[in-house]
Design a protein around this ligand. Sequence first.
Ligand code: BDR
Ligand code: CA
Length: 325
Amino acid sequence: MMKVILDVDTGTDDAIAIMLALLSPELDVIGICSVNGNRGIEFTTENTLRVVEYLGAAQVPVHRGCVLPMVSTLSPGRRINIPYTGPEDPEDNVHGDYVDLPPATIKPAPGNAVSWLIDTLMESEGDITLVPVGPLTNIAMALRAEPAIAEKIKQIVLMGGGCREANITPSAEFNFWIDPEAAKIVFGSGCDITVVPLDATHAAAISIEDAKELRRMGTKASVMTADIIEHRWNGYKNWQPMDDINTVPVHDALAVCAVLNPQVLSPVVPVHADIDIGGGASDGQSIFDLDRRIKRAVPNVKVALGADRALFSKMLKEILGGNGS
Ligand code: BDR
Ligand code: CA
């Protein structure tokens, strides 16, 4: 079994990512860290607990993580309304404040996710994969507090950024935009990093027909996933319609599937990547030097430029529909 730690800002697509990881027999989820992102930390932690409890996985610890991005809220005007503590933005039809599940009765583990990450990684045999699908604050804070964890991380498969796509400003993707400094620190860590950007998640957008099929499968996870996909589609079709209007991206789930089967991402290219932390119009933008403009730059990530939609859809159905949970 592959040991993984998820880092999430649950979040509807985060919820699907969590369910995939918990239900995959190949994965041993040793813990889940929450982080500020789609909503404030109380919301993302509660949502994470709800999903874990829903699947009867209370033995998997949930560690409450960072409340704020590293520095991006310090400059007046650079970031507003962070953390989001509700009430729900009436214009946000995609994420909602809470996932549509009963309040959690289980509690987060004591302490902070950053300390837990450091302790867990330092005590490990270098066999843990990190799957961050929210802003990279927890991972970057851990790297700052104990840089030696970089050599202990087997690989990082993260959702964030875009080569030719953006979704929060004309140039930036949400996770990196919330905490650009954190993303820059992670990119500079020397870890084995696979980036699952918007280019890949949009290429693998899931259809309303897929949602119907998941609903027919009738498991707790597949029905909830169908609900989420339909809910997201209702928001996306007006806010950011895909080329095929009947589809919607389920970003974070693709990162978990990429851990399970790297072939779901294609093509994947080694590249030098950086993040704009300048605070200007392209703040938080991911820059992938695909044409090798910087001659001496060494690739520091592998980036997925596309994805196999059919394989992704098949994996969702097999994992979420197959376990009867
Ligand atoms: C990312 O932003 C979040 O809103 C989603 O959960 C996903 O991780 C997509 O840009
Ligand atoms: Ca997320």
